[in-house]
Design a protein around this ligand. Structure first.
Ligand SMILES: [Fe+2]
Ligand SMILES: [Fe+2]
Length: 296
């Protein structure tokens, strides 16, 4: 197969053997602070070894090279029509779980277990039920992989397109390969946006955050929607970048995104929640907020 132009070999398309490799990398960058660490030791999280690092680097090379402003418009036009599939919420989790790891030597948790561990950690801390539901749903957008999308267009830290890249985005050097890098209009501080225009007016690199936000935007409180929409925007919620694009509403909502992030990052645990026991609670929760079917 020709490896040039827009054709990608399987290896190029799937540098990560598992989507979790990206999240393991995020965990390395933002380890759990001592103060909120539970009895878990760092060793209980998956060990991070050199080969993983290489696959993650290759993953970001592709992500930073191909996530252009135009690419994002094309994906929005395609996927935000939600005309691909419709299924009951619980079938959607089964669909998501078809995402299996290619060759991961670790016994990784399936997607649903990560969602359930996130939501259970939120519930245990007594947060509102809609936030528990955010925990349960936040990675549902990864089904994009099952629609044939490459990993670099589904996961990875997200960032604004159409304006200058923050140097605090992971592997910023790879942006030099992005065609937008040589477009002066896209490389000023504000780019195609206006100062303080608010993140809602900014196009983010395409991935599972925006997709699930758009899917659920009519069903959850605003603070929950911010958690969905920006949970992978680490340059913003962890590094404090892009404040010049924020408006007062973003400033108000940032605290919710920050509140959510540790549950996503630090709730992974080899011990799986007892689904049989939890099922009635979640069935009721889903019924309270979501329609009977979800459109993809
Ligand atoms: Fe995610
Ligand atoms: Fe997650």
């Amino acid at each position: 197969m020709n490896t040039t132009s827009n054709n990608f070999t399987l290896k190029e398309k799937k540098p990560l053997s598992s989507l979790d490799e990206w999240e393991d990398d995020v965990l390395q960058r933002y380890p759990e602070p001592e103060s909120i660490a539970s009895a878990k030791t760092t060793d209980e999280y998956r060990n991070y070894e050199a080969p993983v690092r290489d696959t993650v680097k290759e993953f970001y090379r592709l992500n930073h090279t191909y996530q252009t402003y135009d690419f994002v418009q094309e994906k929005r036009n395609n996927f935000l029509k939600f005309n691909k599939k419709e299924m009951p919420v619980w079938n959607a989790f089964e669909f998501l779980n078809q995402l299996v790891d290619d060759s991961d030597p670790d016994t990784d948790l399936d997607q649903f277990q990560h969602l359930l561990q996130t939501s259970e950690a939120i519930r245990k801390d007594g947060h509102p039920d809609w936030m528990v539901l955010v925990g349960l749903m936040h990675d549902m957008g990864k089904v994009l992989c099952l629609f044939g999308e490459p990993q670099w267009a589904v996961v990875g830290d997200t960032f604004p397109v159409g304006c200058a890249y923050s140097g605090k985005i992971v592997y910023p050097e790879f942006f030099k390969n992005n065609p937008d890098y040589s477009n002066p209009e896209y490389q000023t501080q504000y780019g195609v946006y206006k100062k303080g225009c608010g993140l809602r007016n900014v196009n983010m690199s395409w991935g599972h955050d925006e997709y699930i936000y758009q899917m659920l935007k009519d069903y959850l409180p605003e603070s929950g929607l911010y958690m969905l929409r920006y949970h992978s925007f680490y340059a913003w919620h962890r590094e404090g970048e892009y404040s010049y694009l924020m408006d007062d509403h973003d400033k108000e909502m940032l605290k919710w995104v920050k509140l959510f992030n540790p549950y996503d990052l630090y709730s992974k645990n080899p011990e799986q929640p007892d689904w049989k026991k939890l099922k009635p609670y979640y069935e009721e929760l889903v019924q309270k907020y979501l329609p009977s079917t979800l459109k993809f």
